[in-house]
Design a protein around this ligand. Structure first.
Ligand SMILES: Cc1cc2nc3c(=O)[nH]c(=O)nc-3n(C[C@H](O)[C@H](O)[C@H](O)COP(=O)(O)OP(=O)(O)OC[C@H]3O[C@@H](n4cnc5c(N)ncnc54)[C@H](O)[C@@H]3O)c2cc1C
Length: 503
C-alpha cells in the first residue's frame, strides 16, 4: 500500500538488510533522489545470501548463484551495475551416485548405461512392476515417484537428495510437489524424449529456470554485484551501516518512527525515517516491533520455519578436480548434498590457477548435530567425504573454512501462507509505512530476481506512489495483476510439503 505523505515533505527511507532486496531498493530510491539508510547486521560485507565470502584470496558463494531471470528489467539491472564484469557461462552439473556420474537433467540412456547391465535390468524390471501394479491414489512423494519410475530408480535419483535437502523422509512428503513439478513424466517419457530430437525453447518464458544451461555470473562471484551497489550508495553519501543488527522497530500513532540497532559491543544507534523497508526474516521483524504486535500476530510470525545451511570451502592443491559447476551427491553413505567447484563458475574465484576451491554443502537445522559441530571437525568430515566419494584425496586439501548460514530457506509448511497473511494484513493496516521485500522478508523461497523485483516495486511505491503490489510478483519475478495474492505455487517456488495429517 502506498503511504500518503504531505506534499513537499522530504522522505528518508530506512532499509533493514543489505542483501539483494535491500540494496536494490536503495539503488532505485537513490536514482530517484530519495535518501536512504541501509542497516546490515553483518560487520564485514553486504550481499546477504548472495554474498561472496573471501578466505586467503579464495572466493566462494553460499551455494553457487546463477544469474538468470525471465524478467528483462532484472537482467538489464545486472548489466547496468556490473557491465562486462557479468560473464556468460555454460552449465555442467551431474549427479554422483555410487562412484558414477549421471547427466543432470536425467537422460534415460545415460542413466541406464551408467548403472551397468545388471542394475539397469533391475531398474527396468522394477519400472515394469510399478506400471503393472501401481499404488492406487499415491499420497506420498515416495509412492508417486515409484509409480512413475519404479522403486530402484526412485532410490537412486529421488530419495537421498530430497531427504538431504529437506530433512524429512520422502514417506512424509506429500505427492503434490512431484506431481506438479514432474507432471506427466515417467521413465518411458524420458526414454522416448531421449530418442527424439529436442525442441529448443522459443521464448525466454518457456525455459524451466532450474534446467537452464546458460546463465550469467559475476567475474568475482555474486557478492561483486552487491558490493558495487554498496559503493554506488556510498558515493552518493549513503554508506551501508555495517555491523548493526536491528534491535527494535519503534512505532507510534500508526506509523514506524525509527529503527534502533546495536553492534557487537552493544552500542546503540537510532535511525529515524519516513518510510521503512524490511528484508530481514519476518519472524525477527515482528519480534522487534515496539510496542509489541498483538499475540495473534507474534504467534503467526513465530510459527514460520527455516532450513539452515553449512558451506565448507576446501582449497585443493590440484588445478582440476572435476569439470562441473556443481555435482549433486545422491550417495546415501555421505552427508554432503552438493559440491560446487567455484573455479568453473569463474576462473577469478581462485588466486592461483594451479589450485581449486570446492564448496561442500550440508543442509541442516540450526542447533542440530551438524550445526553445532566444531569447525575443525566439519572440515575433517568434508575432507573425508571427498575421499570416500573418490573425488579427491584428503591429502590434497591444504586449507578449509566453514560458513554457517542461518535461515537459508524459508520453510513452506501447511500453515505458512496463513501465518504470513496474518502478519501482512496487520502491518498493512496498522503500520502502512513499513514495507516488506525479499526472500525471508516476505517468506518466499525464490531466487535473487524475485527479491530484486519486489524491492523495486516497494521503492517505487514509496518514491512515486505506484500501486503495483510486490505480492503479485511470481516465482519467475514477473508481475501478474491477476494473481490471487497468497495463491500457492504462483508467487512462490514449489517445494515439497508434508503429507496432510488426515492422509
Ligand atoms: C544455497 C543457495 C543457493 C542459491 N542459488 C541461487 C541462484 O543460483 N540464483 C539466484 O538468483 N538466487 C539463488 N539463491 C537465492 C538468493 O540468495 C536469494 O534469493 C537472495 O539472496 C535474497 O535476497 P534478500 O535480500 O531478499 O535476502 P538476504 O540475502 O537474506 O538478505 C537479507 C539481509 O538482511 C540481513 N539481516 C538479517 N537480520 C538482520 C537484522 N536483525 N538486522 C540487520 N540486518 C539483518 C542479513 O544479514 C542479510 O544481509 C540461493 C540461495 C541459497 C541459500
Amino acid at each position: 500500500m502506498a503511504t500518503l505523505i504531505a506534499e513537499g515533505e522530504r522522505r528518508h527511507v530506512v532499509i533493514m538488510g543489505a542483501g539483494p532486496a535491500g540494496l536494490t531498493a536503495a539503488y532505485e530510491l537513490l536514482k530517484r533522489d530519495v535518501p536512504v539508510t541501509v542497516v546490515e547486521k553483518d560487520s564485514k560485507q553486504v550481499g546477504g545470501l548472495a554474498r561472496t565470502v573471501e578466505h586467503n584470496g579464495y572466493r566462494f558463494d553460499i551455494g553457487g548463484h546463477r544469474f538468470f531471470s525471465k524478467n528483462d528489467e532484472v537482467e538489464a539491472l545486472w548489466t547496468e551495475i556490473l557491465g562486462p564484469e557479468m560473464l556468460n557461462r555454460g552449465r555442467l552439473s551431474r549427479i554422483y551416485y555410487r562412484g558414477r556420474f549421471f547427466a543432470y537433467p536425467i537422460q534415460a540412456v545415460n542413466a541406464l548405461w551408467n548403472l551397468g547391465p545388471l542394475e539397469a535390468t533391475w531398474c527396468l524390471a522394477s519400472y515394469a512392476h510399478a506400471r503393472l501394479r501401481p499404488i492406487k491414489n499415491p499420497k506420498t512423494l515416495e509412492q508417486w515417484v515409484r509409480n512413475q519410475f519404479g522403486w530402484r530408480l526412485f532410490n537412486i535419483f529421488f530419495k537421498t537428495y530430497t531427504e538431504k535437502v529437506w530433512g524429512i523422509s520422502t514417506r512424509e512428503l506429500s505427492a503434490d510437489w512431484a506431481a506438479q513439478r514432474i507432471k506427466s513424466l515417467d521413465l518411458w517419457v524420458v526414454i522416448r524424449s531421449a530418442l527424439l530430437p529436442r525442441r529448443r525453447p522459443r521464448k525466454r518464458g518457456e525455459i524451466v529456470t532450474t534446467l537452464i544451461d546458460k546463465f550469467r555470473y559475476p567475474r568475482l562471484g555474486p557478492g561483486q554485484v552487491w558490493e558495487r551497489v554498496a559503493e554506488i550508495s556510498a558515493s552518493k553519501g549513503h554508506p551501508v551501516v555495517l555491523g548493526q543488527s536491528v534491535a527494535s522497530v519503534n512505532h507510534a500513532d500508526g506509523a514506524v518512527t525509527e529503527v534502533v540497532t546495536t553492534d557487537a559491543d552493544g552500542r546503540i544507534r537510532t535511525h529515524a525515517g519516513t518510510d521503512f523497508i524490511s528484508s530481514i526474516p519476518i519472524r525477527e521483524l515482528v519480534a522487534k516491533l515496539d510496542p509489541p504486535a498483538p499475540e495473534k500476530v507474534r504467534g503467526a510470525a513465530n510459527r514460520l520455519g527455516y532450513r539452515d545451511f553449512i558451506s565448507i570451502a576446501l582449497m585443493i592443491d590440484r588445478p582440476h578436480v572435476f569439470p562441473d559447476n556443481w555435482i549433486y551427491i545422491h550417495d546415501p553413505g555421505v552427508r554432503v548434498g552438493r559440491i560446487q567447484n567455484f573455479k568453473n563458475w569463474s576462473p577469478d574465484m581462485v588466486p592461483d590457477q594451479a589450485k581449486t576451491c570446492l564448496g561442500l554443502e550440508y543442509f541442516c537445522f540450526e542447533g542440530d548435530g551438524l550445526w553445532t559441530m566444531q569447525d575443525n571437525d566439519l572440515i575433517e568430515l568434508a575432507k573425508n567425504e571427498l575421499g570416500q566419494l573418490g573425488i579427491c584425496s584428503p591429502a590434497n586439501v591444504f586449507d578449509g573454512v566453514v560458513v554457517r548460514q542461518q535461515k537459508a530457506y524459508p520453510v513452506y509448511d501447511d500453515n505458512y501462507q496463513a501465518n504470513v497473511a496474518v502478519v501482512r494484513d496487520y502491518l498493512a493496516q496498522e503500520l502502512p509505512n513499513l514495507h516488506l521485500a525479499g526472500r525471508n522478508g516476505m517468506h518466499k523461497y525464490n531466487n535473487q530476481d524475485h527479491s530484486m523485483m519486489t524491492a523495486l516495486l516497494v521503492a517505487r511505491q514509496i518514491a512515486t506512489g505506484s500501486l503495483l503490489d510486490p505480492w503479485k510478483v511470481n516465482a519467475d519475478a514477473v508481475y501478474h495483476e491477476n494473481i490471487r495474492v497468497g495463491e500457492r505455487d504462483v508467487t512462490g517456488r514449489q517445494v515439497p510439503e508434508r503429507v496432510p495429517a488426515k492422509a
